[in-house]
Each structure stands twice: as structure tokens, then as C-alpha cells.
Design a protein around this ligand. Sequence first.
Ligand SMILES: [Mg+2]
Length: 184
Amino acid sequence: MIRSEILKEIAPILRDQLVVCNIGIPSQELHAIDDQPTNFYMLGTMGLASSIGLGLALSQPKPVISIDGDGSVLTNLGTLPTIANNPANNFILLIVDNGSYGSTGDQPTYAGRKTSLSKVAEACGCERVIECSAENTGTVLQEALDSGQMTIIVCKCESGNAKMPVITMDPVTIRDRFMSAIEA
Ligand SMILES: [Mg+2]
């Protein structure tokens, strides 16, 4: 399975949740599959979906799911100790680990070689870390939501991108409708 197939499968779970989505093709895919006002698409901040998601989870009570990538987490590795030491039980970090920088041409990342992001997360002090196959992502994500505990999910999948249109929505519109959805 590739990322877009996982997103299609988990879209019904994501629909009612606050979602912060990784920059580039992941956001384009989620937007095309099931655009929701509860989705916040990163348009210019590589590596910060997890940081923004954690901050949002700490500052209000609704569940927050950050959809991140392996390349993005490797770009901002400081996010994992920050998450571990400032836990929010309404926060789920879903790392879609396809072993590549998908948005820039599928160059391989170290997560597809010797580096295990689940082991890095555990070593940083994250207490609930689950590595799963692409096929099990929906089940693991639902269980994480039901658990009421902060969970880091590392979903191992194949490299590849779906052909999706770019997001033409104005960033200010994305921000404003997301802020309204948080307050609703
Ligand atoms: Mg990747």
C-alpha cells in the first residue's frame, strides 16, 4: 500500500477529528480524498506538523491527529523529545513511513535504511509507540483514539504518490475555517 491508499482507508476515522497534515503531496492527497474544515494543511512548514499538532492538543481538549512523514520527522527530530516530555493524551502522531521523501521525487530517507523511527521515539521517552503495517493502520488508529493515551504510530508502507491536484485554497482560508472548526 502507498500513502494515498492508507489515507483513503482512514478517511472515515479522520473526518470527525482535528487533523494537522504534513506539507506537500500528503496534504494534496488528503484534500482530494476528503477535504474537511477540521483538516489543517501544511503549505510551507516542512517538519512542523507534529509540533503544531502537539501544541494544539496541549491547548484544547479535542483529539488531534498529526499526519506526518518519515522525511518530515527526520527534518525535525527535536519534535520527538518535545512530545515525550510534554505529553498530551489527546494527541496522536501518525508517521506514514514510506522510506522516502515523497514530495520531492521519492529520494530514499534513512528511515528506509538503518534508522527505526519507532525506536527513536521510544528512546526519546515516548511511552506508547506502535509500529504497524499499512494494512493495519485504520485499526491501530482507532484503538489509539479509543485508548485516550498519547500514541505515536509508525506505519510502514510503500513509496509512491497519487496524482492529485494542488490545493488552491488560500492559506488564510485554511487557517480560518480550521480555527472555526476547533471552536465549534
Ligand atoms: Mg516519506
